[in-house]
Design a protein around this ligand. Structure first.
Ligand SMILES: CC(C)(COP(=O)(O)OP(=O)(O)OC[C@H]1O[C@@H](n2cnc3c(N)ncnc32)[C@H](O)[C@@H]1OP(=O)(O)O)[C@@H](O)C(=O)NCCC(=O)NCCS
Length: 176
């Protein structure tokens, strides 16, 4: 059966942004690599290293789709300006079947205007429809925007950890 396609318009400064599933091909792979590199360079916790090349990101997207990940992209015109990914956590790594690990980020000019919440709310809806039963996320304790975002979406704190590399980190979960 073909994968169901998800697409939604989100109003932003009088124009529609498009939120849709990322395709495992160009140009989506190139857009995802550029956005992720820009955001990762800011040093946030948990921004994934996808691959070094566009071909590598195509393969990453193919493999992620294959294992049932939800990979959404928020586009302004042709430019990817936000991403939310929910990756199934393998059974050996959690006691909870149906757990997905969430990452979410926006390009810096688009932050603190409500788009992160719109992106997260839509991602939670897609995850629920795809059969996820729990989402987990992690953020540094000082990331006020991420903490406010997760709390607003109903996540609860499950642990605080001190990591020598990452400093103080909160782990959060949302039961779906
Ligand atoms: C985290 C992130 C996705 C949140 O998206 P956003 O669009 O900036 O957040 P929103 O505007 O939707 O706001 C969500 C909540 O966070 C609060 N918030 C937003 N920016 C904030 C800031 N700079 N400081 C404190 N709170 C902030 C909002 O007030 C809102 O809470 P409220 O409705 O209870 O007032 C975005 O800021 C981002 O990409 N940050 C960098 C990457 C990152 O930290 N990703 C998370 C992985 S750890």
């Amino acid at each position: 059966m073909p994968r169901p396609i998800f697409e939604l318009e989100i109003a932003y400064q009088g124009r529609p942004l498009i939120l849709r599933e990322l395709e495992p091909s160009l140009p989506d792979a190139g857009e995802l690599l550029e956005l992720t590199n820009r955001v990762a360079a800011e040093g946030w916790l948990g921004i994934p290293v996808l691959a070094e090349t566009v071909d590598g990101v195509v393969r990453f997207l193919q493999q992620a789709h294959h294992r049932g990940a939800v990979l959404l992209g928020l586009f302004d015109g042709g430019a990817l300006i936000g991403h939310a990914g929910i990756d199934p956590v393998e059974a050996g790594e959690t006691d909870w079947p149906g757990t997905g690990a969430l990452v979410i980020y926006l390009d810096s000019p688009y932050r603190s205007q409500g788009l992160g919440y719109s992106l997260l709310a839509a991602s939670i809806g897609v995850a629920r429809r795809r059969g996820f039963r729990r989402l987990v996320a992690a953020t540094r304790t000082g990331n006020r925007a991420a903490l406010a975002l997760y709390r607003k979406a109903g996540f609860r704190l499950v642990a605080r950890m001190d990591d020598p590399q990452d400093g103080a980190v909160f782990r959060l979960e949302l039961r779906l």
